[in-house]
Design a binder for this molecule. Structure first.
Ligand SMILES: Cc1ncc(C[n+]2csc(CCOP(=O)(O)OP(=O)(O)O)c2C)c(N)n1
Ligand SMILES: CC(=O)[C@@H](O)[C@H](O)COP(=O)(O)O
Ligand SMILES: [Mg+2]
Length: 634
């Protein structure tokens, strides 16, 4: 594609290069930065809308503040592409989200301008407050500035931070980037409250004008401050929730109006003493995707002129859609089934459920902790809640899983999407830990689907299981293309299944690595080795009989799972050890994700890094049998 013409942006390598530019030139930088962002994401895919919404804010922040001394902390940081372009990474920006390329999020190891890494939401105010306190205690840094979206303001952590900041009264700047969008349209009373703060005509008719803001302003010692004063006369001041929490509230301001932004930020920089919240109104997807339903939140590669996305042809339905359809079908039969998502109705497939059973589907906003305990309450109240979260985001609700669900043995059904390595979102989004952190909880049932037919069976199993918490996990992306049972029956709890009988070595798979195991077996067959293969289905309770029989019948047993150490394989090892099987010479190997955070790439490549693809399984079999190890894997 033709790269956009960016003569002014070409002058900028680092934020300090913005210093000599006039305000008019900064406006031009913003326009060119927007074009460069669109052009980049058209080649890489990724999070487009959020970045487009903060282009002006990014330029203004870097023009007014002095990063990396001043700490600019991007919440979630899916909006950080313009920031990366301005902070010495423009030459690599088209490697975004690719193997060995730039991360799609801020990452401390990538640049000193990424002072705090993120990808999960609502951490920025806490981190900024930490920087502010460190600074005041003699640590490094100047100003601490958190930029947080309206969607991310739904999470409890943001309020924990505001509460603490309002009390500590440190100089701290929070910019609330309010675009009235999360990934989906925002939900909740707080979202309505923010909208009320600028109800009507956002930037013209603000009644409760000058009082607080004017006292906050400097004498008009420069042009910018004069403009700021004129503007702030029209702002809503006084009585906001943020002020009650101890913040000065400035806003709402037009987050695309460079003049307003520069004026307000310069004023704040000069005058702020305590915590201050600037409420900026922006449009997600500004300048390219603002009219789309999703505002261009995330996209594949696309043609800039037509907007058409270059989609890979898929042969099988995604696991997510198979899950969603199975749940909708189950809910049609059972009116006790309810579904909960934490701001990911599309990502989890629950949109379908919402359309069909609106009163039984709840988008609670970005609030995983609440989602879990809300489900606990629903279960205690006699419903059958499906708490539908990505593995990585369930991490945030762990105490709730333990304290509110497991200890009370409440039958919350956890549908865990994005299990295992997810690809371009990288380490922050990998679903690596759920098997480990759920399987150690007394009374939990933990399942992993080997394919989409199994997933449907696990939905049926979860519906039927009223005896305590139950979880099933499945990966991002397409299924295998197997037939899906029309009338899936619940599985017997704690029973695995034999896939094929062989000899010498048994491979016990948990989850979708089963396809890689099958491929490995084909390669091994050519070498005259025919492993037994079983699908464990359950990490908890384990199929003790099957596992002990496999151990008795083979020289070696290998477990394979898409999770970190401490999960399925560790439980199998514990069983074998306790049963004294090792005393009789069984060779045991456990293939788990390695003890590193794996950076973004394709899932297949990430599993290659993890040494968990078919060739690695084949090598493991050869190794454990002492047959010799193949080529590059030696
Ligand atoms: C804890 C957590 N839950 C869910 C997500 C998925 N997620 C990423 S961005 C996003 C929406 C954020 O909305 P907002 O903060 O308003 O930013 P915007 O995209 O509108 O700029 C969500 C739900 C996440 N990153 N972290
Ligand atoms: C930034 C974020 O957390 C989400 O946008 C995430 O990238 C979505 O991932 P999926 O594409 O797997 O739904
Ligand atoms: Mg938003």
């Amino acid at each position: 594609m033709t790269r956009p013409h960016t003569p002014t942006l070409d002058l900028i390598d680092l934020p300090s290069d913005l210093n000599g530019l006039s305000d008019a030139q900064l406006r031009t930088v913003a326009d060119e930065l927007r074009a460069e962002t669109i052009s980049t994401v058209s080649e890489t895919g990724g999070h487009l809308g959020a970045g487009l919404g903060v282009v002006e804010l990014t330029v203004a922040l870097h023009a007014v503040f002095d990063a990396p001394k001043d700490k600019i902390i991007w919440d979630v940081s899916h909006q950080c592409y313009p920031h990366k372009i301005l902070t010495g990474r423009r030459d690599r920006i088209r490697t975004l989200r690719q193997k060995d390329g730039l991360s799609g999020f801020t990452k401390r190891s990538e640049s000193p301008y990424d002072c705090f890494g993120a990808a999960h939401s609502s951490t920025s105010i806490s981190a900024a407050l930490g920087f502010a306190v460190a600074r005041d205690l003699g640590g490094e840094g100047g100003d601490a500035i958190a930029v947080i979206g309206d969607g991310s303001m739904s999470a409890g952590m943001a309020y924990e931070a505001l509460n603490n900041a309002g009390h500590l009264k440190k100089r701290l700047i929070v910019i609330l980037n309010d675009n009235e969008m999360s990934i989906a349209p925002p939900v909740g009373a707080m979202s309505s409250y923010l909208s009320r703060l600028y109800a009507g005509d956002p930037f013209q008719e603000f009644k409760a004008a000058a009082k607080g803001a004017v006292s906050f302003l400097p004498e008009p010692f420069q042009e910018g401050a004069k403009r700021a004063k004129d503007m702030l006369k029209h702002m809503t001041v006084g009585g906001t929730l943020f002020e009650e929490l101890g913040f000065s509230y400035l806003g709402p301001i037009d987050g695309h109006d460079m003049e307003q932004l520069l004026s307000v930020l310069r004023t704040v920089k000069t005058r702020a003493t305590g915590p201050i919240l600037i409420h900026a109104i922006t449009k997600k997807g500004k300048g390219y995707a603002e009219d789309r339903a999703d505002r261009g939140h995330a996209t594949g590669k696309f043609d800039v002129i037509t907007g058409e996305q270059k989609k890979a042809v898929s042969n099988a339905p995604s696991y997510t859609s198979v899950f969603a359809e199975a749940l909708v079908n189950a809910a049609a039969q059972d009116d006790k089934i309810v579904a909960v998502t934490a701001a990911m109705p599309d990502g989890t497939g629950l949109t379908k459920f919402m359309e069909r059973f609106a009163s039984r589907c709840f988008d609670v906003g970005i609030a995983e902790q609440h989602a879990v305990t809300f489900c606990a309450g629903l279960a205690a109240g006699g419903m059958k809640p499906f708490c539908t979260l990505y593995s990585t985001f369930l991490q945030r609700g762990y105490d709730q899983v333990v304290h509110d669900v497991a200890i009370q043995r409440l039958p919350v059904r956890f549908a865990i999407d994005r299990a295992g390595l997810v690809g371009a979102d990288g380490a922050t989004h990998a679903g690596s830990f759920d098997v480990a952190f759920l399987s150690n909880l007394p009374g939990f049932v933990v399942m992993a689907a080997a394919d989409e037919a199994e997933l449907v069976r696990m939905v049926a199993t979860a519906v039927a299981h009223d005896d305590g918490p139950i979880a099933f996990r499945f990966p991002r992306g397409e299924g295998v293309g197997v037939d899906i049972p029309a009338d899936a029956q619940p599985l017997e709890i704690g029973k695995g299944r034999m896939i094929r009988e062989g000899s010498q070595v048994a491979i016990l798979s948990f989850g979708t690595r089963l396809q890689e195991v099958e491929k490995a077996c084909e390669a091994l067959a050519a070498k005259g080795i025919t492993p037994t293969v079983a699908d464990a289905r359950f990490a908890k309770p384990l199929d003790r009989d099957m596992i002990l029989q496999l151990a008795a019948d083979h020289d070696a047993l290998i477990t394979v799972e898409e999770g970190a150490v401490g999960g399925f394989g560790s439980h199998v090892a514990q069983l074998l050890a306790e049963a004294g099987v090792f005393d009789h010479g069984l060779k045991y190997r456990s293939m788990v994700l390695p003890d590193i955070f794996i950076d973004q790439s394709s899932p297949a490549d990430m599993y290659d890094t993890a040494a968990m693809n078919a060739e690695h399984i084949e090598a493991k079999v050869l190794d454990v049998l002492g047959v010799g190890v193949i080529g590059k894997l030696a």
